[in-house]
Design a protein around this ligand. Structure first.
Ligand code: PMP
Length: 379
């Protein structure tokens, strides 16, 4: 099998699974219980949390565990919208966000909030002037992803933060960092809030976190005992948290070296795919090498993906969360519906090898030629 869909999800790494298993086996107590089993779990929980906080240079009170980035994004947007509704009801997001941002925006609109969509240039970079002009007195929140999930566009969060704070110091800046963490280096101090997900960094599914600067107020989505965290009640899922902590530690190692290797693989793929008449690269100077998006001019993406799958090579349409739809990001960058309707995403990781890419390219050639000749025969 050749797996090239790492931006959809990653397998759980061996060490992470070991941590998960050990915590499940040896720490059955509820970390909220006051007896010794609970205390034992609480000690482990605290040390896992401390480690994550050290890795991201944040305070323990600023970390809220969630079930993943969808929940983190919901929590950030709805939580801030409710907390600051008396100050304003205006929110700004980019045109390169994940559905877990857009669907929350749609919901908030039904609740009387106003959503503005900031423009980007033809390379996917946020239009700074447009952002500046859109920020108002009543703008409570700006949410812009650190790395876009479809085309891998990376945004300069520090610069964006400066623009926001200069226009309106009270506006909160949230960034969906789901596709950034473990791929590029990020700084939580560039933003006020950030979302992430464990299963994108070789951790288990069902765990992630929201970073929330201590100065930001938020109304909780989930109410309960509040013992563990009054912003997200419930018994802490200790094995998942321990596994997330381990996954974060591994994910942040050797980032630059890993990126260099992935860039070499990406360059090789691009060099080959450029040769095909029916392939267009959806790649700009801001795309990170881990995510490579292409469009077909004639072949249907689904047909191609299933045909590759017959030989156990796994790639995806625009994103796993919106398969089959128009790629909103390709549309936002190239403003070309046909191109946005026929995208494929190939996503690489630091475990991807040269050999896998050789096999992928050979199979790509074979499938492309087969499907093209079928199309010609049917004409
Ligand atoms: N945001 C981005 C940018 C993503 O790529 C994803 C996953 N496709 C999500 C949010 C949702 O993450 P999760 O699956 O953890 O809910």
């Amino acid at each position: 099998m050749i797996y090239l869909d790492y931006s959809a999800t990653t397998p759980v790494s061996y060490d992470v699974l070991e941590s998960y298993n050990k915590a499940t086996r040896d720490y059955m107590g509820n970390a909220n219980s006051i007896h010794s089993l609970g205390v034992k779990s609480k000690v482990l929980l605290n040390s896992a949390t401390k480690q994550i906080c050290e890795l991201f240079n944040i305070q323990e009170e600023e970390l809220i565990y969630t079930s993943g980035a969808t929940e983190s994004n919901n929590m950030a947007l709805k939580g801030v919208a409710l907390a600051y509704k008396n100050r304003g009801k205006h929110i700004i997001v980019s045109k390169l966000e994940h559905p877990s941002i857009y669907r929350v925006c749609d919901f908030l609109e039904t609740q009387g909030y106003e959503i503005s969509y900031v423009n980007n240039d033809s390379e996917g970079l946020i239009d700074f002037d447009d952002l500046k002009n859109k920020i108002r007195e009543d703008t409570i929140l700006v949410s812009i992803c650190a790395v876009n999930s479809e085309v891998g566009i990376r945004q300069p969060l520090k610069t964006i933060r400066q623009i926001i704070k200069k226009e309106n110091p009270s506006t909160i800046f949230h960034s969906d960092m789901t596709q950034a963490i473990g791929k590029i280096s990020v700084c939580m101090h560039d933003v006020d809030m950030a979302s992430m997900s464990g299963h994108k960094i070789f951790g288990p599914k069902g765990i992630g976190f929201l970073y929330k600067n201590e100065k930001v107020n938020m109304v909780p989505l989930i109410h309960g005992s509040g013992k563990f965290n009054d912003l997200r009640s419930g018994t802490p899922p200790l094995p998942l948290i321990v596994a997330l902590s381990k996954a974060c530690r591994i994910a942040l190692m050797d980032l630059e070296k890993r990126e260099d290797n992935i860039k070499k693989l990406n360059d090789r793929i691009c060099k080959e795919l450029e040769k095909y008449d029916g392939v267009i690269l959806n790649k700009t100077k801001y795309s990170i090498p881990h995510i490579l998006n292409i469009s077909f001019t004639n072949i249907r993406p689904e047909t191609f993906i299933h045909s590759m799958e017959d030989d156990e090579v796994y790639i995806s349409t625009n994103t796993a969360c919106s398969s089959g739809d128009l790629s909103t990001s390709v549309m936002a960058i190239y403003n070309d519906k046909k191109r946005a309707m026929s995208t494929i995403r190939i996503s690489l990781s630091y475990v991807t090898t040269n050999e896998e890419i050789n096999k992928f390219l050979n199979l790509f050639k074979m499938k492309y030629n087969q499907l093209n000749s079928l199309l010609k025969d049917n004409k």
